[in-house]
Design a protein. Structure first.
Length: 329
């Protein structure tokens, strides 16, 4: 007697439920259109648009980068849909695609490729949870220029701190609650903000969120936003750990050294950062990097010897117990 796999049992359950499925009879019963998504993919990234206007984009993981382009195209559809959690039914999501293969697979929800069917099942499950069904429409590559450009955006600012280094900071000055500048691939915390819509992001554009209250923020902003991130921490009167370049010539350097209670120069003996395009260790930036601990004015600091006195600690700083957050994925 042969035992069925979990995937086979799931497929069998789906077939048994066709009699009452919302996917049956769709030619007779027209549902309202809940949204329109335009998507595209390249070898290392994906991009999408909601209503031909609101962008979503990201890099593929190493596994996705090794997949065939048809699988990447289906992944781009799934990730774009996951980037807009407010899209819910009952109704229809229209996908605009420049791949005839993707249009056929989406409309039929079947393929001879096992790798492609894995993504189709994930997409079908996401649609089912939201009481949606999908319809695919073809458009020319020229007409899909915006989504194509998003998928090829290399985003030179997408640097993430190596997890082992982050965990040291989390143990010393944590527990940290939210990652303010991250993507679904490089976030160190379950809750994160992103610059452009990403799957599972709590919000887009960290500067539009309030950082105060019970939050203990982890901020590793792009180099060009170092001053803006520090100003946001000061304006919201919150606690935070900021990862910033060592740049004494900048006017914000004087301010952060008076705002923070403790700081440490991060090690540069090994790759310190990862870059999204490579989905792993890449070329580290050439500048020296420091981490600063900032406590709100009303909270007594546990690491400061006196008010407004910055303490430079050695690496690794003396750790105090803090539960390590589980990495995503």
């Amino acid at each position: 007697m042969r035992q069925l796999s979990t995937r086979a049992l799931t497929d069998l359950e789906w077939w048994c439920g066709l009699a009452t499925s919302r996917d049956v009879g769709r030619a007779l019963w027209q549902h309202p259109v809940c949204g329109e998504l335009t998507t595209d993919a390249c070898g290392y990234g994906w991009g999408g648009l909601l209503g031909r206007l609101v962008p979503a984009r990201g890099f593929f993981s190493r596994v996705d980068q090794a997949a065939r382009i048809n699988v990447q195209e289906m992944r781009a559809m799934l990730y774009t849909l996951q980037s807009f959690p407010h899209l819910r039914g009952p109704g229809v999501i229209r996908f605009r695609l420049d791949s005839m293969v993707s249009v056929h697979v989406l409309n039929s929800m079947r393929s001879r490729s096992p790798a492609l069917m894995d993504v189709v099942r994930d997409l079908h499950a996401e649609l089912h949870r939201r009481h949606l069904r999908a319809e695919g429409y073809w458009l020319s590559t020229v007409a899909n220029a915006h989504a194509d450009r998003l998928s090829r955006d290399r985003d030179s600012s997408d640097w993430g701190l190596r997890r082992s280094v982050f965990l040291v900071l989390h143990s010393r000055w944590g527990p940290l609650t939210i990652d303010r500048f991250a993507t679904v691939l490089n976030t160190h915390l379950p809750r994160f903000n992103c610059a452009v819509a990403n799957p599972d992001a709590e919000a887009v554009d960290a500067y539009k969120q309030h950082w105060g209250g019970p939050e203990h923020n982890y901020t590793n902003p792009p180099l060009s936003q170092a001053e803006s991130a520090m100003s946001k921490v000061a304006a919201d009167g919150t606690s935070a750990v900021l990862v910033l370049p060592v740049w004494p010539a900048q006017r914000w350097w004087w301010r952060i050294t008076r705002l923070a209670q403790a700081a440490v120069i991060l090690p540069d003996r090994a790759p310190l950062f990862t870059h999204g395009e490579y989905a792993g260790p890449g070329l580290s930036p050439r500048w020296q990097t420091a981490a600063f601990y900032v406590a709100p004015p009303t909270t007594p600091s546990t690491v400061s010897a006196g008010e407004n006195m910055l303490i430079w600690e050695s690496w690794p700083p003396s750790a105090r117990p803090a539960p390590a957050p589980r990495p995503r994925g």
